[in-house]
Design a binder for this molecule. Structure first.
Ligand SMILES: [Mg+2]
Length: 228
């Protein structure tokens, strides 16, 4: 049986959270000019707004940018200047257009995997930005399908498998989020392994175990050989 390998994109193939963390710091510095709260408190308030907005605006940079604007208005009692709102929008724009930086080992591992397996990229977020990142990554032609989804739950994965004619017992998913890339796949009846990234968004953190954890994407080929 030929295995199909599912791969997450953000913080599995390329940097993502690094950019969010950097912009959160700059946001805290900007709002810190208006109020006395320390940077950690300001970032925590932004995080609350960001999570609440997932239900309205979904995942991604545009949603995050709106959350920054909303949080700046709220925390400054609407005193934040038009100039500073423009700076926040510029921060979001810079995130949208930032070059795609592949993580260590990704290029050679994806090249090697593509010669043996059918690869499917499954990424959560905003269609426009995710498609742009896939195109800029130079990896697009290694994947037989690219699925941009708005949430990664059991129903989403079942839909991806159905659309691509993949059976559950032939599918193995890899990604940096236990919540999004590992648990729903296992619950669906397929296999998954966690490849932790050094930074993670609290929203994606869950306390769970009982699944394989790989130190690096470089370990994926050997892991797959052992499954056969
Ligand atoms: Mg990810």
């Amino acid at each position: 049986m030929t295995l199909t390998v599912g791969l997450d994109a953000d913080d599995t193939l390329w940097h993502n959270e690094t950019f969010f963390a950097d912009v959160q710091q700059r946001f805290a510095a900007l709002v810190g000019h208006y109020i006395d709260d320390d940077a950690a408190t300001l970032m925590a308030k932004l995080d609350v707004r960001e999570r609440a907005n997932l239900a309205h605006f979904g995942y991604g940079v545009k949603s995050f940018t709106l959350s920054m604007i909303e949080t700046a208005l709220e925390l400054t009692d609407d005193r934040v200047s038009g100039r500073d709102i423009a700076t926040i929008i510029d921060m979001g724009r810079a995130m949208m257009t930032h070059p795609v930086l592949l993580l260590d080992g990704v290029q050679e591992t994806i090249d090697a995997l593509a010669t043996h397996y059918r690869l499917v990229l499954i990424t959560k977020g905003e269609l426009f930005h995710q498609e742009a990142k896939v195109a800029a990554s130079g990896l697009a032609d290694r994947f037989s399908a690219v699925e941009v989804v708005s949430e990664k739950d059991v129903a989403t994965y079942a839909g991806v498998l159905q659309r691509n004619n993949i059976s559950r017992d032939s599918f193995v998913m890899f990604g940096n989020s236990v919540r999004s890339d590992v648990l729903p796949v296992i619950e669906m009846g397929a296999r998954a392994a966690h490849i932790p990234f050094e930074l993670s968004w609290g929203h994606e953190d869950v306390d769970a175990d009982g699944f394989p954890v790989l130190a690096s994407i470089r370990d994926v080929p050997e892991f797959l050989v052992a499954l056969r």
